[in-house]
Design a binder for this molecule. Structure first.
Ligand code: NDP
Length: 251
């Protein structure tokens, strides 16, 4: 029976690439999107053309009230389509950007980032636990910005740091079920994130490339394979780790 991975924010950017990379390893995919149903359906079709099962569900991961209903829908659908209501891997990837100096940050901006990048991740994981098979895994997506300090990312960077700490606690608590919990911290990647500024703003792009040992900004395909590897038996002894995938940014 194929393993199944649930990837939040699988419609675009890093989550899309992760979903495709996981599917190439023979893993079936449940992906979520927030508003881009068409993009999500395109990823589903691409995964199906690789010979894997794929299903897309709408979910605002910043709204924890939706999570019980979401898991009801997902597990019923999995039961129907695969004969099993459980899954093996959870990838907490969905998220939005915030660039604001500490002096200018509003309470609303902080609440938005907290809800999507921490509270949502915490409770989605909590609600997922009864449905994750023992021996499975959880991967939280953090950011290079927990190590690399850049003005304008105080809230985003420190909330991602909280997710890295949460990862260690979860790894400890879930060890008895042989569920591994790791964090992948990408450097700056060319996606739509933050209005696509890393990709589209030439000044920002070349500044980051110059700070990066491998001499360029990251691409989604630099990340997906690392997440997929963590969901294979070869990674069975990797647990409670922060794996930065940044091409050597600011080292
Ligand atoms: P994108 O903007 O390209 O994609 C964001 C994805 O998250 C989309 O699938 C989007 O769905 C989904 N999403 C956005 N808001 C919500 C919400 N409220 N509820 C559910 N889903 C939502 O971003 P990236 O792929 O670049 O970022 C993915 C993750 O990687 C984030 O956690 C980000 O913090 C992290 N990261 C990104 C870096 C970068 O430079 N790009 C660097 C380091 C970390 P929809 O298509 O429906 O809008």
């Amino acid at each position: 029976m194929n393993k199944v991975a649930l990837v939040t924010g699988g419609s675009r950017g890093l989550g899309r690439n992760m979903s495709l990379a996981l599917a190439k390893k023979g893993i079936d995919i449940v992906l979520t999107y927030n508003s881009n149903q068409e993009a999500a359906n395109d990823v589903v079709a691409e995964i199906q053309s690789l010979g894997q099962k794929a299903f897309a569900f709408q979910l605002d991961t910043s709204n924890i009230r939706l999570f019980d209903g979401f898991f009801k829908r997902v597990t019923e659908h999995l039961q129907e389509q695969t004969g099993r209501s459980t899954f093996d891997y959870l990838v907490n990837n969905a998220g939005t950007a915030l660039y604001a100096l500490a002096s200018d940050t509003t309470e609303e901006q902080m609440d938005n980032i907290f809800n999507i990048h921490y509270k949502g991740v915490f409770f989605l994981t909590q609600k997922a636990l009864p449905f994750i098979n023992d021996g499975g895994g959880i991967i939280n997506i953090s950011s290079g910005l927990t190590r690399i300090i850049m003005p304008g990312s105080s809230v985003y960077g420190s909330i991602k740091t909280a997710v890295e700490s949460l990862t260690l606690y979860l790894a400890k608590e879930l060890g008895a079920r042989k569920i591994r919990v790791n964090v992948v911290a990408p450097g700056a990647i060319e996606t739509d994130f933050g209005g696509g500024r890393t990709r589209d703003n030439k000044e920002i792009n070349s500044h980051i490339a110059a700070l990066t040992a491998l001499g360029r900004v990251g691409l989604p395909e630099d990340i997906g394979g690392v997440v997929a590897f963590l969901c294979t038996p070869d990674a069975y002894w990797i647990n409670g780790q922060r794996i930065e995938v940044s091409g050597g940014q600011s080292i």
